[in-house]
Unconditional design. Structure first.
Length: 177
């Protein structure tokens, strides 16, 4: 006779520890929201980020909406891509930073970053959330104009289109002899 349910759900060892962990996670989430709102109000926020379900979108605040529409529809040709499947958090950060910096140095503008949806992870979409954080903070944020979840043919919500800023051109100023 087959078992009705072959999954075993372990009972928590210490209820008080679990309650403390849940409270700490809620406190961290609340603090992130407060920090984000503070950055928006004070004018420190560089990016407007939208997250609806699995779909992600972000852009510098002053960007023309027509550029976002083109990026979302996949009108820009992908010039390079990076697949982060199989990476752990720290090596993924290093690979992403190198990829963005090298692409910017080579004057590439339109990138595809495949981060996966995190469906096989016990912790959920770890890389997906971190990629957005890495793109919008620190040194990389100064190279990024916009990003959004890719179309299904390019990876859907497991990938991001990334639009880089133009690299500053050389000055035409000539030194006197």
């Amino acid at each position: 006779m087959p078992l009705a349910n072959d999954r075993v759900t372990p009972e928590p060892t210490d209820q008080a520890t679990i309650v403390l962990q849940v409270r700490e996670n809620l406190r961290k989430q609340d603090q992130e929201v407060v920090d984000t709102l503070h950055a928006l109000v004070s004018g420190e926020a560089r990016f407007d980020i939208t997250c609806t379900g699995e779909y992600l979108e972000g852009h510098v605040i002053a960007l023309d909406p027509r550029v976002i529409i083109k990026l979302k529809s996949g009108e820009f040709t992908i010039q390079a891509h990076l697949d982060l499947h199989g990476y752990v958090r720290e090596s993924a950060k290093s690979a992403l930073m190198n990829f963005i910096q090298n692409s910017h140095a080579m004057n590439l503008r339109n990138l595809l970053i495949i981060h996966g949806r995190g469906l096989k992870s016990d912790q959920g979409p770890v890389l997906k959330e971190n990629v957005v954080k890495w793109l919008t903070t620190g040194t990389l944020s100064h190279m990024i104009l916009a990003f959004c979840s890719a179309r299904p043919c390019d990876g859907g919500t497991g990938a991001l289109y990334v639009l880089l800023k133009k690299r500053p051109g050389k000055t035409r100023w000539k030194r006197p002899l």
